[in-house]
Design a protein around this ligand. Structure first.
Ligand code: AMP
Length: 998
């Protein structure tokens, strides 16, 4: 593509994207009008015969007067067809040129007689005449030297006038590059029969206009060979613009490509090319693109004109985080139907539940908080920290909470309060409390539950040689619920020789028993378990030992003493065990793996600034410092997945000892490398090893101590982002694409905070994993100079990927995080356009020229307006005005949190943005086949669908509607649109061509 076509195309892109092509008809400023003069103009005639007495009867141009419909018409006429070597001149009067009009139009109406209509004159007769021009700084009067005139054009009729008929020809010629104060035009007749009926001389201007709220002055079109004249304008009153609004005036006197829109200031809206104050009841908070005041939102009032926002009406509030442009809300009412249900499954636990408040105040950030008070006698006091709330006592979004660790038989008062974003704010308002809705509900309940009975002590009451009388105590049971408790007592001989322990079980109704028929002088182990009346079992007591007395003896005191000593020993044992456990526990914490983990992650904390490995005298030391050495035996290469600058890139497995297998990418250094190449290769690892961020490709380690040096990084299953998006064209929602951009921006934010300038941020250098997480990669130091496939040599010798690089970095190698932001804007465009090549097939030169002339890439198809606006911000010429990566991350984060913000789509023109050769094939001829067309719009995969549906000619394609495209099996929305838009473009052939001709 030659450069002028490229420029035209790009220029057109911009024109269309701005939805604006020909705003106003060009204005014509007339310098001379033969007809309007209505009189003889006194033009000079000259013929060689003048002054030659032998030729007195021969005349040159003559003036003829005619009257038509009462008006006088003058025509100049010459008709010396039967004489040779005619040279008759007709010169206009001096035409003053407007100071800046260097290009004038000469509109002619004339009649030429058919030479054949003159008998015998056809040999000498001519059917054309010539137009000449002579520039001068002053009127030279009747002085005439034909040699001073410069030929402009030969004027030939489209239709000659035959006998009995008359054809008036119209022709407009352009006289360019005029520079002196005025000029003469002259018509030279060389033997034709001509009548000049009308001559009109004018120049064109782009008329004064207001466009996008900017006023542009009337401007003369076309000067000094300028096809486009850049004109600066001024915002109308009460409008502002970030940069001076500009527009171009074409040679044809048409305004095109307004740049830098003016917007009405806050409080003003656009009304017929002016900014007027918002009416009462309306507001405008910012210089928004809509330029319209919006009605005051719910529960606000707009009493004044020109409001920036509408204040809340009494009793309504905005939460601190509510946008000032949003509605105000009231306080929520109290929760309804608060009930407490004791838990059946465990004791001391209540389930509080309630219904949502009747009035949420119009908000959806309702939460509840529960306050517990315990009431005894006359007073209540906070329940204290012992009480547990599950999930919590505040910030509840569910209408229930479980309360546990409650004591039985107390009165508890639970107050559940409804809160919303405006609650705190609302409470501090001066509005009278009584006027507000009560926001809490209180419930008093007492918890009556039966704790499963527990055996608290067991004692020997009486014994003899064959019986033991034992009694025990149970945990106190509520009097109110003093329901019967049952017991099971089990006993066995202590020295039971059998493997199987057999108990004798007694079911009892009271807390004492006499066990008879025992063996004398024998130790028995006894345990008791209590059961509550509702069948719940308590914890069995421990086994206690009681001995029958030898035959005929009963020594109660001894038994009690023995029991006490035994108890004391058990107690000491328990204390010792607990102490030991605790010690072990502590030492575990001090030496356990968690501890090691924390200390190593401490080391991984990002360094403050990135250290250029070249600052190390020996780059090998930098590698050792920043990267872990891996033994090659731990690496298994599986498959080549790409080609890096220094050698192949493999997918493989890393199995370090004691660690799990890990899928990795392995970059290799091809054999025969020089030491310098090896160091350059490893420098990427030295850089990568300094980074630790979710969105930066992670370095696993390096192999440097063996011949085959390798760099091992985490494996990104979906490879490079540009290719991945191209392979999945149209398959993702804007939301997903913006999610990817958010990741890339987060990675870049991290890099910029480390003061690392990437210099080659492009979708091809972003890697994608299976969860669509995007990570920045490619940190080679040499790449900017050598490896970049997109690199173009600059005059200073470096290689720069022009279409991704900020102008200042191209112009004087000013690479900064701000230039990375520019590249990020291009990556945004690549992502939103599913991997489309930025600036399509324009040459690097064309791209630079267009950028310097303030053109920017148009919005990709379906690109949310907010995202496109951000791109444009990244491409601000003044790098200090570009957003920082921190701002970009926050903005993308905001967009992702309110997906509605992605619904407004930026203006898009299919013929431009997807760069469809919509009118013809690449060579300019119409598409010869459906498959050629599909290929040109990168939709060849549907060739078969078209054939199967019997659509074999382009004529048939032109008849297709969206429905038909769907029906033949094109389902993906992106593809559907692409095909439909292309058909639209094909149909719109004529208008597209005229647009290209601008
Ligand atoms: P590079 O030399 O970093 O540009 O890598 C060349 C190609 O290898 C890339 O375009 C990717 O297709 C592939 N590649 C590099 N690193 C990885 C990785 N970590 N995971 C998956 N593919 C990778």
């Amino acid at each position: 593509m030659d450069s002028s076509v490229g420029f035209r195309h790009f220029f057109l892109s911009y024109v269309l994207i701005n939805g604006f092509l020909r705003t106003l008809e060009a204005k014509e400023e007339v310098l001379l009008d033969m007809r309007a003069a209505g009189r003889e103009l006194g033009w000079l005639t000259w013929s060689p015969s003048e002054g030659d007495s032998s030729q007195r009867d021969r005349t040159g141009w003559e003036v003829h007067q005619r009257t038509l419909n009462g008006s006088q018409f003058y025509t100049y006429y010459v008709c010396n067809v039967d004489e040779r070597e005619q040279d008759n001149w007709l010169r206009t009067t001096f035409i003053q040129r407007h100071a800046s009009a260097s290009r004038v139009f000469v509109e002619l109406q004339f009649i030429v007689r058919d030479c054949n209509s003159f008998d015998g004159a056809s040999l000498t007769c001519k059917e054309t005449f010539n137009l000449f021009v002579l520039e001068a700084d002053a009127d030279v009067g009747t002085t005439f030297h034909k040699g001073q005139f410069k030929k402009v054009a030969t004027i030939a009729p489209d239709e000659i006038t035959k006998k009995n008929e008359m054809h008036i020809n119209k022709e407009t010629k352009v006289v360019e590059n005029l520079s002196r104060k005025g000029f003469y035009l002259a018509f030279q007749d060389i033997g034709a029969c001509v009548a000049i009926v009308m001559v009109r001389v004018y120049y064109k201007t782009c008329p004064a206009t207001v466009k996008s709220l900017a006023v542009f002055p009337e401007t003369v079109a076309g000067r000094e060979n300028q096809a486009l004249k850049e004109v600066s304008g001024k915002c109308v009153e009460n409008a502002e613009s970030q940069k001076i609004p500009q527009i171009y005036c074409t040679l044809h006197g048409e305004w095109v490509v307004p740049v830098g829109q003016c917007r009405c200031k806050p409080g003003f809206e656009e009304v017929q090319d002016s900014c007027q104050e918002c009416q009462p009841g309306f507001f405008k908070a910012e210089m928004s693109s809509s330029n319209k005041c919006e009605p005051c939102p719910a529960n606000t009032q707009g009493l004044t004109q020109g409001a920036l926002f509408c204040p809340c009406v009494n009793g309504f509030y905005r939460a601190p985080k509510d946008p000032v442009t949003g509605p105000c809300s009231g306080l929520p009412s109290a929760p309804q139907d608060l009930v407490a249900t004791p838990s059946l499954l465990s004791t001391g636990k209540l389930l509080l539940s309630w219904k949502s408040p009747e009035d949420t105040g119009g908000r959806n950030d309702i939460t509840y908080s529960v306050v517990c008070q315990r009431c005894e006698g006359f007073g209540c006091q906070p329940c204290g920290e012992k009480i547990r709330f599950d999930p919590a006592s505040t910030g509840l979004t569910d209408t229930k909470v479980s309360v546990s660790e409650l004591d039985a038989h107390f009165n508890y008062t639970f107050t559940v309060e409804t809160l919303s974003g405006v609650s705190v704010f609302g409470s501090s308002q001066a509005a009278p409390r009584a006027a507000r809705l009560p926001s809490s509900t209180t419930l008093t309940t007492s918890l009556h539950y039966t704790e499963p009975p527990k055996i608290t002590s067991m004692r020997l009451v009486e014994r003899d040689s064959t019986s033991l009388s034992i009694s025990w105590d149970v945990s106190p049971q509520p009097r109110v619920l003093a329901r019967p408790v049952r017991y099971e007592l089990a006993y066995r001989k202590k020295d039971n020789k059998h493997d199987v322990t057999t108990y004798v079980v007694l079911k009892l109704e009271k807390n004492s028993v006499q066990i008879n028929d025992l063996a004398p002088d024998t130790a028995y182990l006894v345990k008791v378990q209590a059961f509550s009346s509702d069948g719940r079992s308590g914890v069995p007591s421990g086994e206690e030992q009681f001995e029958t007395s030898p035959e005929g003896q009963l020594n109660k005191t001894a038994v009690i003493l023995a029991a006490s000593v035994g108890g004391a020993i058990v107690l000491i044992l328990v204390i010792v065990i607990l102490f030991m456990r605790r010690r072990n526990g502590n030492s575990h914490i001090r030496q356990g793996p968690e501890d090691t983990y924390f200390s190593s992650s401490e080391q991984l904390k990002p360094l403050k600034t990135y250290v250029d490995p070249h600052t190390y005298e020996d780059p090998n030391i930098a590698v050792l410092k920043f990267a872990t050495e891996i033994h090659p035996s731990h690496i298994t290469k599986q498959k080549v997945i790409g080609a890096g600058e220094f050698g192949e890139v493999y997918r493989g497995i890393l199995k370090a000892s004691g660690k799990k297998e890990l899928a990795v990418a392995i970059k290799t250094l091809k054999p025969g490398y020089t030491e310098k190449q090896r160091q350059d290769f490893l420098s990427e690892a030295s850089i990568m090893g300094q980074f630790c961020h979710q969105n930066i490709i992670r370095l696993e380690g390096v192999v440097t101590k063996f011949i085959h040096a390798m760099i091992v990084t985490e494996y990104m299953e979906n490879g490079a982002l540009d290719r991945y998006l191209r392979d999945h064209d149209g398959e993702f929602l804007s939301f997903q694409l913006v999610g990817m951009l958010h990741g890339i921006a987060a990675g870049m934010k991290y890099l910029s905070e480390m003061s690392y300038v990437h210099r080659d941020l492009a979708a091809r250098n972003i890697l994608v994993n299976t969860t669509l997480e995007c990570k920045v990669s490619d940190f080679g130091l040499s790449r900017v100079l050598e490896d970049e496939p997109e690199g173009t040599y600059t005059t200073s010798g470096g290689k720069i990927p022009i279409r991704w690089t900020a102008p200042e970095a191209i112009a004087y190698r000013k690479f900064t995080s701000a230039s990375d932001v520019w590249s990020f804007g291009i990556v945004m465009w690549e992502v939103m356009a599913f991997g489309e090549r930025p600036y399509w097939d324009m040459s690097n030169h064309e791209v630079m020229k267009a950028i310097n002339e303030a053109f920017r890439l148009p919005a990709p198809m379906d690109c949310p307006s907010a995202v496109y606006q951000l791109m444009l911000q990244c491409w601000l010429q003044d790098r200090s005005k570009r957003p920082r990566f921190g701002d970009i991350v926050s903005l993308l984060d905001k967009l992702l949190r309110s997906p509605d913000s992605l619904k407004t789509i930026a203006d898009f023109d299919p013929r431009v943005s997807i760069r469809l050769p919509s009118t013809s094939g690449s060579d300019g001829s119409p598409f010869r086949s459906v498959s050629e067309w599909l290929e040109s719009i990168k939709m060849s995969q549907y060739s078969e669908n078209f054939t199967r549906a019997g659509i074999c000619t382009m004529d048939q394609v032109l008849q297709m509607k969206s429905e038909d495209i769907k029906n033949i099996g094109v389902r993906l929305p992106g593809h559907l649109k692409r095909i439909a838009y292309s058909i639209l473009g094909l149909k719109d052939q004529t208008s597209t061509l005229s647009v290209f001709a601008v």
